[in-house]
Design a protein around this ligand. Structure first.
Ligand SMILES: Nc1ncnc2c1ncn2[C@@H]1O[C@H](COP(=O)(O)OP(=O)(O)OP(=O)(O)O)[C@@H](O)[C@H]1O
Length: 261
């Protein structure tokens, strides 16, 4: 009965508390998913379990050793998870409130008809042409996480998306063709951007740095990425650090529009 009383007595702030913890866990999971950090995390849990067990069994020497380790645990955690903590803070701090405002406007039916919707069809047409001519390309779509911290690694731009613009950026002799481009609200924000590369995931050997970079950025942020392979002309779409399977470019365009909505 006590439990039911407790549930009935939950305040709004308690629900909010639970939702925030769930969000925090989700972000933490997103950070450590597919990395060695998950193994370190498991290691810590095993040592904690061993410590409690040796304490329970009154094994003084062993429990002393594990206990000593656990006492400095928080410092060890900060040292070991330094890159993950850094990325986590970056992810939290770089949330793009501009897009959130747009979302609120949509809710209020105030959004003016598609002024800054990305022209996905133009991008897909450019990708199809680049696929046929085996021109390599790497396109990143910004969503809620602000990618300005990456733009500085390349050349900042402010140019409206059109099919010829995308094709000419990646044209082999163009000075801008190397690296990735970042697109936000139908604007190419940056070119020649260097993305974080995922070194840990086991993806087929035929995929090199371009595809690993697409996995890296979509894993660490909520961005989407499109890659056109220079070797095979194949178009790949990435979301949440994974390849997304699609039938044809019509389905691909539909998926991207959906994911950007
Ligand atoms: N970290 C990165 N960030 C942005 N662009 C990158 C990055 N790494 C590689 N690239 C781009 O990808 C190009 C090709 O790299 P690589 O051949 O290793 O990739 P790949 O996955 O095998 O692609 P492809 O099938 O086109 O050869 C590079 O010339 C560069 O323009």
């Amino acid at each position: 009965m006590d439990i039911f009383d407790d549930i009935l007595n939950l305040r709004f702030i308690d629900y909010l508390d639970v939702v925030l913890v769930a969000l925090l866990l989700y972000y933490l999971y997103k950070l450590v998913k597919g990395t060695v950090a998950i193994n370190i995390f498991l290691g810590i849990i095993i040592i904690y379990g061993a410590w409690r067990l040796t304490e329970f069994l009154n094994m003084e020497l062993l429990s002393g050793i594990f206990g000593g380790f656990m006492k400095v645990g928080i410092i060890a955690l900060i040292v070991v998870f330094q890159p993950e903590i850094r990325k986590f803070l970056l992810m939290v701090g770089s949330t793009n409130f501009g897009r959130r405002r747009k979302f609120l406007q949509q809710l209020k039916f105030l959004k003016t008809e598609g002024t800054d919707d990305t022209n996905v069809d133009a991008i897909i047409s450019a990708c199809s042409k680049m696929s046929m001519s085996k021109t390599g390309a790497l396109i990143v779509f910004e969503r809620n996480n602000n990618l300005d911290f990456l733009s500085s690694s390349g050349d900042e731009m402010n140019i409206k998306v059109t099919q010829p613009i995308i094709e000419s950026i990646f044209f082999k002799n163009s000075p801008l063709h190397d690296g990735a481009i970042i697109i936000s609200n139908n604007i190419v924000k940056a070119t020649r951007v260097v993305l974080p590369v995922n070194n840990e995931k086991h993806i087929p050997q035929r995929f090199g740095l371009r595809h690993r970079a697409a996995i890296g950025i979509t894993e660490k942020t909520d961005a989407l990425a499109l890659a056109v392979s220079e070797e095979t002309g194949h178009i790949s779409y990435f979301k949440d650090g994974e390849f997304v399977v699609f039938e044809d470019t019509t389905e691909l365009a539909k998926m991207i529009k959906n994911d950007l909505a």
